[in-house]
Ligand binder design. Structure first.
Ligand code: UGA
Length: 455
């Protein structure tokens, strides 16, 4: 392993670390890249044919580079001691205890990692924060790394990821931008150039953005907050559409054609989910409160509130339409994942909606191509009757209603005539993602309810 120009180590073989390092190794054959993790199980999977996560294009890149310049290992201390650049991609979950519980980020894994880097670094090292963390977290890292300094210099950079699930490799290979934040000191700028040199292997120079450390840290939170805010904006309007015979799809289209507004991320639905949006919003809100900026905190809190309101509203509309009671009625849930093409259910709207329907004593029949194992865990211990199955035709048998919560492509191609025939009448269809052809369903005989559409 002696012939490499630089040694990169990435701590955390999860959703961010794995794909990021696979892409770096793929494009930078002269760098030796090692991903380390405390979990032997995870590392074994990364070294196998069955990677722990599925992303289009990931396996091909890993398979090509693995054993040449890409390695997965549990020897964290040894790898750190040889590294020139250490990426930190450990998870930063929301704190579940004590001060800031449910809102701020739990930084214990970041701190442990910093201590481990400090204990093992053999020479001057660049430390890159990639995990999403509160603004000024780099300061914490710096202080831990330089406490009782023994001659090794650490330079801290912020390099947040902007990958979405299902498009991680593409987002990394053809990014809108790569963001690198550094200190404005000679050693900070030198470290920054080391990192941008890596990305220049495949990213055009004009897409590599350099800022100060704090701007970079904050931009990650703000990007997700803005994306979530767009969804809450259109969802808030969907409520008004339902009252006024305006159609939210038409409104979104008309508004989005203004190039200053833009067309993307304006699909109304049952609300946003996923591991990031709520977490990052709550983190941003907590930061604003910490600095005494209460009106700013309240502004962003509303984005969360509207998302909760949207889910409640969806359930309320279902119950009202179904003659004010769903007690003992079978309801088929189409899709449980927080978005299509993933089995991930973290903070999925389906969790909240299903729990509310169970509280109303409905009987749920949940179908999803990939997310059923997670759905079972999410609803475990929740009182009520629930069936799970991958076949939508089974799920609808004898059901009073269908609630579509994830826009899986295959739900478009189903035989809705056959489905209608096997359901109780009147048969209701609540399309929480405006995914299906409502006119066609209406012609079959369904009572169709879209989001932000006249009933
Ligand atoms: C999101 C961001 O899109 C990434 O840029 C970011 O890097 C990532 O979080 C992160 O911080 O790690 P992701 O959570 O994978 O990515 O999912 P999105 O594709 O952004 O979707 C989030 C949620 O918004 C989904 O529940 C989706 O159904 C919902 N959504 C999205 C809408 O309801 N309407 C829309 O128009 C778009």
């Amino acid at each position: 392993v002696g012939d490499f120009a630089k040694k990169i180590v990435c701590i955390g073989a999860g959703y961010v670390g794995g794909p990021t390092m696979a892409v770096i190794a793929h494009h930078c054959p002269e760098y030796r890249v090692t991903v380390v993790d405390i979990s032997r199980e995870k590392i074994a999977l990364w070294n196998s044919e069955q990677l722990p996560i599925y992303e289009p294009g990931l396996y091909e890149r890993v398979a090509k580079a693995r054993g040449h310049n890409l390695f997965f290992s549990t020897e964290i201390d040894k790898e750190i001691s040889e590294a020139d650049i250490v990426f930190v991609t450990v998870n930063t979950p929301t704190k579940t205890y004590g001060e800031g519980a449910g809102r701020t980020v739990d930084l214990q894994f970041i701190e442990q990692t910093a201590r481990r880097i400090k204990a093992n670094a053999g020479s001057d090292t660049i430390v890159v924060e990639k995990s999403t963390i509160p603004v000024r977290a780099a300061e914490t890292l710096r202080r831990i790394l330089h406490s009782g300094n023994d001659g090794v210099h650490f330079e801290i950079l912020s390099n947040p990821e902007f990958m979405a699930e299902g498009t991680a490799v593409r987002d990394m290979e053809q990014p809108d931008r790569i963001l690198v934040g550094s200190m404005d000191t000679p050693s900070g700028l030198k470290a920054r150039d080391e990192l941008t040199k890596i990305y220049e292997h495949w990213v055009p120079a004009e897409r590599i953005l350099t800022t100060n450390l704090w701007s970079s840290e904050l931009s990650k939170l703000v990007a997700n907050a803005f994306l979530a805010q767009r969804i809450s904006s259109i969802n808030s309007i969907s409520a008004l559409c339902e009252m006024t015979e305006a159609d939210v799809t038409q409104v979104g289209h008309a508004v989005g054609m203004d190039s200053r507004i833009g067309a993307k991320f304006l699909n109304a639905g049952v609300g946003f989910g996923g591991s990031c949006f709520r977490k990052d919003l709550l983190n941003l809100i907590y930061l604003c409160e910490h600095y005494g900026l209460h009106p700013v905190a309240e502004f962003w809190q509303k984005v969360v509130d509207i998302n909760d309101f949207q889910m409640q509203r969806f359930v309320h509309r279902m119950i009202t339409a179904m003659f004010n009671s769903v007690v003992g009625k079978k309801i088929a849930i189409f899709g449980f994942a927080f978005k299509p093409d993933t089995g991930d259910t973290r903070d999925a709207p389906a969790i909240h909606i299903c729990r509310s329907l169970l509280e109303e004593r409905a009987w749920l029949s949940i179908t999803d191509p990939y997310a059923l194992d997670n759905a079972r865990k999410d609803l475990e211990g929740f009182p009520g009757e629930i069936d799970y199955g991958t076949d939508p035709y089974e799920a609808v048998k004898g059901a009073h209603a269908i609630a579509l919560l994830t826009e899986w492509e295959n739900y478009r191609g189903l035989d809705y005539k056959k489905i209608y025939e096997s359901m109780e009448k009147p048969a209701f269809l609540f399309d929480g993602r405006n995914h299906l052809d409502h006119d066609a369903l209406f012609d079959i005989g369904f009572n169709v309810y879209g989001v932000g559409k006249p009933a």
